[in-house]
Design a protein around this ligand. Structure first.
Ligand SMILES: Cc1ncc(COP(=O)(O)O)c(C=O)c1O
Length: 370
């Protein structure tokens, strides 16, 4: 019997390399509240990502909620139904009304051509997602935001390390939020961050993530506890040293899938995007009508063989009970997202996926034609 294969596996550097970091934490007894590793990781990530200001968080969801709070977003926010549920949940937690707009068929990102007709006098912001790390049409989105005076907060939780022609993808919009969850390309077990355009905004966000404290006796806002601990920051410092290996191995897995799946009728890999760099964070395929099995039959067949793909993103966010009553959740409003959610299957991809295991995945997909 083979060991189960999951859609992802967190990258863990050798434990021996982490011990010296733990010893430093034990020596200093500083375990949180912007300690030395927290400061080092902010600096190191600014350099690695090519951004000027970053505020670390305990996870991506709190980063999203705090970004909404920092920009005082009110009323309606236009967003995509084709994402992890935390995108829309952050809006509900902040008291905003999500307004779902359909996605493009090639990138599965928010379709800028459909945004304008969803804007009402209550709309104050757009929250697009760079789904699977594929860049949104950032220029078109910004143009609409400028014309209607809307804020743009990117849910960039999938977009670590992705660059477009002008630099990091994370520089777009008013703020970008990222996740360092265990399933992500760069992981601190749990973690996240907001990329800020200037030091003033970062300072405000740093206050908000620490209950609103400015100093020992002054609280300026109903802030939250979103701080990243020293433990998570330390593992982040170590992970950064391994990022070249991580990206290279992911790229290899991606290339093998593309090569070996390209001639299988009815299996369509999502097109590679025009971004300058990719992060190979997911490997989504679309199971089309020409394939002998439905998406769910293939998903089950893989599972029966110990291979746990994931139907990211199915169901759509708009189909969950807390969203489905919204007018924008009507299926007629979201045909592309619905079609994608019925065809999508994310295959296992992670740095330590070996060629034997990857071949098992590919063989199970191709053997239906034997
Ligand atoms: C698109 C998207 N948004 C938000 C989140 C939430 O991030 P976190 O799990 O770090 O809270 C995730 C991932 O978990 C995600 O994939």
């Amino acid at each position: 019997m083979h060991k189960p294969i999951y859609v992802t596996q967190p990258y863990l550097p050798p434990l021996s390399e982490f011990i010296p970091y733990l010893e430093q934490i034990w020596d200093s007894k500083i375990v949180t509240n912007g300690g030395p590793f927290h400061q080092q990781l902010e600096q190191a990530l600014c350099e690695y990502l090519g951004v000027k200001h970053i505020a670390l968080f305990s996870n991506g969801t709190l980063a999203l909620i705090t970004a909404l709070q920092a920009l005082r977003v009110t009323g309606e926010v236009i967003t995509t139904p084709y994402s992890f549920v935390a995108t829309a949940h952050s809006l509900l937690w902040h008291g905003n009304k999500p307004v779902f707009v359909d996605v493009e068929t090639d990138t599965l990102n928010l379709d800028p051509d459909k945004i304008e007709s969803a804007i009402t006098p209550q709309t104050t912001a757009i929250m697009p997602v760079h789904c699977y790390g594929n860049p949104c049409n950032v220029e078109a989105i910004q143009k609409i935001a400028d014309n209607y005076n809307l804020r743009v907060i990117y849910d960039a939780c999938h977009a670590f390390g992705v660059q477009d022609q002008g630099g990091t993808l994370l520089r777009h919009g008013d703020l970008s939020c990222i996740s360092f969850h265990a399933t992500k390309v760069f992981n601190t077990f749990e973690g996240g961050a907001i990329i800020c355009p200037d030091s003033k905004t970062k300072q405000r966000i740093d206050h908000l993530k620490n209950f609103g404290f400015v100093d020992e006796i002054t609280v300026v806002a109903p802030g939250i506890n979103g701080k990243m601990s020293e433990f998570n920051a330390a593992i982040g410092m170590l992970q950064l040293q391994h990022m070249d290996t991580v990206m290279q191995r992911r790229a290899n897995v991606d290339a093998i899938y593309r090569e070996r799946l390209k001639n299988i009728p009815g299996i369509r890999c999502l097109p590679q995007t025009a971004s300058r760099t990719r992060n190979y964070s997911y490997f989504p395929i679309l199971v089309e009508a020409e394939y002998p099995l439905t998406r769910d039959e293939l998903y089950k067949k893989l599972r029966e063989n110990g291979i746990n793909g994931r139907r990211y993103f199915f169901p759509l966010i708009s189909e969950f009970s807390m969203y489905r009553g919204l007018p924008s959740s009507a299926p007629s409003n979201l045909p592309n997202a619905i079609e994608a959610s019925q065809k999508i299957l994310c295959l296992p991809i992670y740095p330590t996926l070996n060629i034997e295991d990857q071949s098992r995945v590919i063989n199970i997909i191709s053997e239906v034609f034997l």
